[in-house]
Design a protein around this ligand. Structure first.
Ligand code: HEM
Length: 426
């Protein structure tokens, strides 16, 4: 090998360079193993092989390190790849190592780098599966949480189980299928590119080999930024704008009140984290598509086109639950999703849901499509559970939806560079 070539191998490699290299010299140039242990991120893109420079704004990606994990109050990207894992590790040390490795790999992927370190002597599989080579960071966020089952005594964890971290109670109408429920750990990967998001989940699962196994996954989408450059509120598969009533994520005081677990809430390891509720909600789209527009609007309590509360014009017009029509009936019906979700306004949650479409239900031949509902809150008992209890009981939307999956996770606070996600617990 010439000196020049040796030098170039010491330089940091970008996804694009790595691809080129594997094409030239074969996969054996990259060390493999893929297991937890000593993963290292390779450096950023050099100038020599960057044929197409990504847009400046997307060059660096979103910061992975920080006080809070990204992917909670950061703006929603176009796609999600969600995965729940079951832990097979035998000790907390193993878990700690897994999270250290996941952290290093995640920081690399969030900034568009390849995972893994270069070794010319070992003939083992590459540390990065390669399908994101040459792609931009795509605003990738990776958000990690732990489920109630992690606290079943297997690991003797340092921190106590949070009071509110338990499986959700059974709600009226639930039709939960165990294949979409629970998990010891979760990672929510969101990105503006599906291949980049998939790459992240796949590589995290690979790194976890021998320590954790995938339990269930769900991919999801919204309209893309390309299709909606103005960035309006996305519509769900029932055609309505979904997210209008979310609390303002730029209001730090409000976020502390509604989303972030506070030190006084206990346990200490969760301060700066957030509780995540996940519900896989299947939509009976065929039934919905046969209902009238009037019925559809009465179901949500909002107009379909504008997203405005019934009787108003603008999407963000205040919701007046007292408003009556000329015949004395409430404009926003008693069983509408809006009225029931809002309640007296004292409980708020931050929704960050994605639509899903997972082919056909083999039993009925109907579309298996719906909403991967995800919400973040400071306290499950005071926020999500009372809202969902009201909705499950009388929401008109229940005629068209069925909850088939359910999980709860405590999402850690963020960590500084040099630290790792989960360090406050492990
Ligand atoms: C397939 C299931 C669901 C669909 C299609 C759906 C759709 C919608 C739509 C269209 C709105 C009105 C616009 C907006 O503010 O975003 C809304 C509002 C809301 N939804 Fe849902 N939703 C679903 C499930 C849930 C669940 C499970 C919860 C929580 C337990 C929930 C909580 C809320 C809240 C809190 C609001 C805002 C109410 C307010 O304005 O204060 N939704 N949803």
């Amino acid at each position: 090998m010439t000196e020049n070539k040796q030098d170039s191998l010491k330089k940091p490699l970008s996804r694009r360079e790595m691809l080129k290299l594997t094409g030239v010299a074969g996969l054996g140039l990259l060390i493999g193993g893929g297991g937890a242990g000593g993963l290292m991120a390779l450096g950023r893109k050099g100038s020599s092989v960057a044929a197409v420079e990504p847009a400046a704004a997307d060059k660096q990606g979103l910061p992975f390190y920080g006080k809070h994990q990204a992917g909670i109050i950061t703006p929603a990207q176009d796609f999600i790849c969600f995965a729940a894992f079951d832990v097979t590790a035998g000790s907390v040390e193993e878990l700690r190592r897994l999270f250290r490795d996941w952290t290093a790999a995640s920081a690399a992927m969030a900034s568009g780098q390849m995972i893994g370190e270069h070794n010319t002597t070992l003939n083992t599989p590459p540390t990065d599966t390669g399908e994101a080579a040459g792609l931009t960071p795509s605003r990738t966020t990776l958000t990690f949480g732990v489920g109630p089952s992690l606290f079943d005594g297997r690991f003797g964890l340092k921190g106590p189980k949070p009071r509110g971290l338990r499986d959700l109670p059974a709600f009226a109408g639930d039709a939960l299928d165990p294949q979409w429920c629970g998990g010891d750990l979760c990672v929510q990967v969101c990105a503006d590119d599906m291949q980049v998001a998939f790459h992240a989940i796949r590589n995290l699962a690979r790194i976890a080999r021998g320590h954790a196994v995938l339990r269930w996954t769900q991919e999801g989408f919204q309209r893309t930024g390309r299709a909606d450059p103005a960035g309006g509120t996305p519509r769900n598969l029932l055609g309505f704008k979904d997210g209008t009533g979310n609390p303002d994520t730029t209001d730090a005081v409000l976020m502390d009140r509604t989303v972030w677990a506070q030190p006084s809430d206990g346990p200490g390891w969760m301060a700066g984290g957030s509780y995540m509720a996940v519900r896989r909600v299947r939509m009976r789209v065929e039934v919905w598509d046969r209902s009238t527009l009037k019925d559809q609007e009465a179901t949500f309590g909002r107009h379909r086109d504008s997203g405005a509360p019934i009787g108003s014009r603008g999407e963000f017009d205040p919701v007046d639950l007292q408003a009556k029509s000329t015949d004395g009936q409430p404009l926003i019906p008693a069983t509408s999703h809006l009225r029931l979700a809002k309640g007296d306004g004292s409980q708020q949650i931050l929704r960050r849901s994605y639509s899903y479409s997972s082919g056909l239900d083999p039993k009925t031949g109907q579309l298996d499509a719906g909403l991967l509902f995800i919400s973040y809150q400071r306290d499950m008992d005071k926020q999500f559970i009372p809202i969902q209890t009201r909705l499950a009981k009388s929401d008109k939307l229940n005629e068209y939806t069925v909850h088939v999956g359910s999980a709860v996770f405590a999402c850690f606070p963020g960590c500084k560079q040099g630290g790792y996600i989960g360090e406050t617990l492990f």
